[in-house]
Write a protein that binds this ligand. Structure first.
Ligand code: FAD
Length: 415
């Protein structure tokens, strides 16, 4: 009698739809385009995924780090995964396959160790936090177990006559634990259902307040939310969650999940310098870090803060008034306005070059961390400008860039 054919087992990479916040980071990171999405879920194509793990460190929620041993011929297809509301249970494997499965698990485990290398090639930022960052809590509250926050403030922080309707929204958690750090984000579950009749998925918003609260000592936090009235192509669109948030009134309640993010965190050691580069609502984490530093004045040895902030006009710059009141010896503010009447167009990358000597000086200091947040399109321009600043001084950008990533000193959050 012939021996049975060996059954090939796959350690299948899956994304947990209950935790995933659909932020697109994994799809952007995957070097082989194995990750895709529909209006319901982000999924991994078992035909393409090579288990390189490049997508795992950048995922803010950890939903990416799920694996099931399956018979390869019965792997969950992309179409199967699109329909999921939760991950399937682990299935038992045929006896022959189970043995092969152990081998597959070991092989996949062995593969996982040196995995950071491919990530280096596809994401410009670090996959680790600065060495002195505080340890963040993540995923304390999920789609299934959201926390209710109460709106205690909601007001517009851009000129009333401008197209850009950006709101500062303060949420209070009362006596429920919701520990956060500057640079983290939260998920908001907008009420209602999508066109398919499914509950809306969560949208992610960066914290605009420091760890000890929008009001120091209170269990509250703030967000900076731009009302979406146009899609990325400029066509009229009604953003589900941003409009919901911007229209909230005091004492309304909101369903929140998170917190998220374990790398875009600020350093905590003395003399740590921050270079902060942002546009629009990308100012939220910069406000949080700046305010954290401001509250430490007099009690800690804070380093230099350098801010590069881009907007179309002054009146479209969220928090313009309070920002300009900060002492100049505390923060070096550089505003790049691209549509200010009577002024030449300037973008954050132009200002990085104009201030090359100061930026270079900070880059040479290993206490400096760089944060970039805002529209996706700014990544390339900012990287090019940083490269230019370094090359001008005769140094090798690729060596410095690699060190910045390895040491958790260069962070991007673009959307
Ligand atoms: P949707 O109903 O999801 O989209 C409606 C239409 O608008 C769609 O066609 C969509 O493609 C398009 N669209 C979506 N977003 C934008 C946009 N920004 N500009 C133009 N068109 C858009 N947003 C903030 O306002 N403040 C933040 O601090 C913030 N932080 C974020 C942090 C992270 C890590 C990520 C991934 C996103 C962040 N966002 C932030 C974006 C936010 O999560 C939502 O995507 C945004 O508010 C739009 O959601 P919506 O439900 O209103 O629009």
């Amino acid at each position: 009698m012939n021996a049975p054919l060996p059954v090939e087992v796959l350690k299948q990479h899956l994304i947990d739809p209950e935790i995933c916040i659909r932020c697109n980071t994994c799809e952007e990171t995957c070097p082989v385009d194995a990750i895709t999405h529909d209006s319901n879920n982000y999924v991994v194509d078992p035909e393409i995924c090579n288990g390189c793990m490049a997508c795992v460190p950048p995922c803010p929620t950890g939903s990416i780090d799920n694996w099931r041993l399956v018979v390869r011929a019965e792997a969950y297809s992309v179409q199967d995964q699109f329909g999921w509301e939760e991950l399937p249970q682990e299935k038992s494997l045929p006896v022959d396959a189970a043995v092969a499965g152990d081998a597959a698990q070991q092989a996949a485990g062995a593969q996982a160790e040196p995995a950071a290398a491919p990530a280096m090639l596809v994401t410009p930022g670090a996959a680790v936090p600065p060495w002195s960052a505080a340890h963040p809590y993540v995923n304390l509250y999920t789609h299934k177990t959201p926390i209710t926050a109460t709106v205690v403030g909601n007001y517009r922080v851009t000129g009333a006559d401008t197209e850009s309707d950006i709101h500062h929204i303060v949420l209070d958690f009362g006596e429920q634990p919701f520990p956060v750090l500057e640079g983290q984000s939260i998920g908001i579950l907008p009420p209602g259902v999508d066109a398919m009749g499914r509950p809306h998925h969560a949208r992610q918003y960066s914290l605009a307040s420091p760890r000890d609260g929008e009001r120091a000592g209170y269990n509250n936090l703030s967000l900076t939310v731009k009302r979406v009235t146009q899609d990325h192509g400029g066509e009229a669109a009604h953003g589900v969650c941003s409009n919901y948030l911007c229209d909230l009134a005091k004492n309304d309640t909101v369903q929140v999940i998170g917190p998220f993010g374990h790398t875009f965190l600020m350093p905590n050691h003395p003399k740590a310098n921050l270079i902060m580069i942002c546009t629009g609502t990308g100012s939220a984490p910069m406000r949080a870090m700046t305010e954290r530093s401001r509250r430490l004045i007099g009690t800690a040895d804070i380093g230099k803060l350098m801010l590069f902030f881009g907007a179309r006009t002054e009146r479209e710059l969220p928090y313009f008034g309070p920002l300009m009141k900060l002492p100049r010896d505390f923060i070096d503010i550089n505003l790049a306005l691209s549509r200010e009447p009577g002024q030449p167009k300037r973008y954050v990358q132009d200002l990085l070059l104009e201030r090359a000597a100061q930026v270079r000086g900070l880059l040479a200091d290993r206490n400096t961390c760089i944060y970039v947040c805002g529209l996706k399109g700014m990544e390339v321009g900012v990287l090019d400008a940083l490269r230019e600043v370094v090359v001008q001084s005769g140094e090798d950008w690729s060596i410095l860039h690699e060190a910045l990533r390895r040491e958790g000193r260069l962070h991007f959050e673009t959307y």
